[in-house]
Structures are given as structure tokens and as C-alpha cells.
Write a protein that binds this ligand. Structure first.
Ligand SMILES: Nc1ncnc2c1ncn2[C@@H]1O[C@H](COP(=O)(O)OP(=O)(O)OP(=O)(O)O)[C@@H](O)[C@H]1O
Length: 258
């Protein structure tokens, strides 16, 4: 089991920002986590990465039970987290290649000498994520879409068991977004892929690899299960609180306001 949450609640400043969350993610599944602004997505991700401890309920991530097993760094090494808040922490002068290599040490800069295997792996990831042609450019010269792909490659350097992508297409134009989604699809389709948890506001980002979806609303699970079954005009209209139309193009959903 990758994740197991039972009746989880998180109380902050007198407010339940997560409430009665039940969720199980099994090995080999890739999930989308869909929620509007303020739904509690960040709170939930911070809990899974052991930055928040649940007020109520039980949480188990990658076989470690909160409150019973050692968490912190040990757990975080098995989790690749890509979030825009992390991007600002990197040294802007470092090249894309150096930043990807630093993922092998789980460090922000590159202080140790990488092994030949690490260099080979970083090069493979540069190619897989389509970053090879800007491998030697300083991070500050890269576009937001290029940076995001570097961040994903970096998170894969440590061979995580769980890869969390937190709104990775934020700020990307149409082309950069589609390129990034292609990269996510490729990573998720690999035989030895980590379990991917893809957090988004946008229904059209629910790629075919995300066979399961958790819909989060006001800190509670609105619905969860097979994406194909969950995504109906009725469920989505109820979820968003306005009537929407739904259609599928190349196995990807799209919605419009009626
Ligand atoms: N420490 C806190 N005290 C009180 N309320 C909080 C605290 N932290 C978060 N919240 C509230 O909990 C709710 C969920 O916040 P969270 O950041 O998890 O939402 P989100 O789904 O990630 O939203 P977004 O998509 O806008 O990033 C929000 O209404 C937020 O204001």
C-alpha cells in the first residue's frame, strides 16, 4: 500500500481544514487529486510529506505509520515532491544538469562529487524530460516550463517510490503545458514508474494514466474512485457548483460552463 488514510482530520486555528478523509492508494496506481482553491490540497500534501501531523485519524505513507514509525527525512527521501514553492530555493546560477544531479544527494546545491552512475542517470533524465538541449544553461535563464521539467527530472534522481506533482502546469502556456503533460505520461507509463499523485485545479489535465481521482472540496472527500466513472456532467456540475458540460478528446476530459 502506498497511502492509507482513515478518518483523517486536520485542525488549524479552530478550523477543520481536512475532515474525515478516507483514501487508499495501491502500488501501481496513479492518482489525480482535483480540487478548487482552498479545497485543502496543499494541507493534504504537507501531511503526506510528514510536515503536518493529523489531529484525528490514521495515516500510513509507504508503510510508515504516523505516530508509530520514524517519519521526517526517512520518509521524504522516498517521496519526490515537485512544487513551485520549492523552485525559489535553488541556486539560480546552477545549470539544469547540476540541479538535476543535486537530486541524487537530496541537497539544494551540489556539494559532493557525483558518481559516474549518477551522471549517466542525470543525462538519461535530461533526455527523457526533453531538457538535454539546455542542460548547461543556468537555471535563471530557463522559462517556467523548462524549469518545471528540470524539477521533475531532479525529483526522479533519488528513485522515489511516490512522486507528488503539485499543480505543475501553473503559469505555463498551452505548448509548455502539453509538453509537460507528455513528460508526465511518459514517466507514468514506465515499467518501474513511481506512484504519481498529480494535484490540479484543471479537469483537462487528467491524463489517461490517472485512472483514479480523488475530488476534494472544502477539506472533505467529495468523491473518489475510477476517473472514468467519476467524471460525469452531473458529478462535475455538483462539484464546481455551476452547471458544466463534459466531453472527452483523445481520452482526456474537457469541461465548459453551460
Ligand atoms: N494555518 C491555517 N489556519 C487556518 N486556516 C488555514 C491554515 N492553513 C490553511 N488554511 C485554510 O485551509 C484551507 C485549505 O488550504 P490549502 O492551502 O490546503 O488549499 P488548496 O486546495 O491547496 O488551495 P490552492 O489551490 O488555492 O492552493 C484554505 O481555506 C486555507 O485558508
Amino acid at each position: 500500500m502506498v497511502l492509507k488514510l482513515r478518518e483523517v482530520g486536520l485542525l488549524r486555528n479552530g478550523r477543520w481544514i481536512l475532515n474525515q478523509i478516507n483514501w487508499e492508494v495501491k502500488q501501481g496506481e496513479h492518482w489525480a487529486l482535483l480540487g478548487l482553491n482552498g479545497a485543502g490540497k496543499t494541507a493534504l500534501l504537507h501531511m503526506l510529506s510528514a510536515y503536518h501531523f493529523p489531529t484525528t485519524g490514521e495515516v500510513e505513507v509507504l508503510g510508515r505509520r504516523f505516530g508509530k514509525d520514524e517519519l521526517g527525512e526517512a520518509l521524504r527521501q522516498d517521496i519526490g515532491l515537485v512544487s513551485q514553492t520549492l523552485q525559489g530555493r535553488f541556486y539560480e546560477e546552477d545549470s539544469a544538469y547540476q540541479i538535476i544531479l543535486s537530486g541524487g544527494f537530496a541537497s539544494i546545491g551540489l556539494y559532493a562529487t557525483p558518481t559516474d552512475d549518477m551522471r549517466e542517470r542525470a543525462k538519461d533524465l535530461l533526455k527523457e524530460l526533453g531538457c538535454f538541449h539546455y542542460a548547461n544553461r543556468p537555471f535563471y535563464t530557463l522559462s517556467q516550463g523548462e524549469r518545471q521539467r528540470v524539477m521533475i527530472a531532479r525529483s526522479l534522481m533519488g528513485n522515489p517510490k511516490l512522486l507528488i506533482l503539485d499543480e505543475p502546469t501553473n503559469g505555463l502556456d498551452f505548448l509548455a503545458k502539453e509538453q509537460l503533460l507528455d513528460a508526465v505520461e511518459t514517466i507514468g507509463s514506465r515499467a518501474n514508474a513511481p506512484t504519481i499523485l498529480y494535484v490540479t485545479h484543471h479537469v483537462d489535465e487528467l491524463l489517461p494514466i490517472f485512472k483514479q481521482t480523488l475530488m476534494l472540496k472544502s477539506g472533505e472527500v467529495f468523491a473518489s474512485g475510477l476517473t472514468q466513472d467519476l467524471l460525469t456532467k452531473q458529478t462535475l456540475s455538483h462539484f464546481f457548483g455551476i452547471e458544466v458540460d463534459l466531453s472527452w478528446h483523445h481520452k482526456r476530459p474537457q469541461i465548459w460552463r453551460c
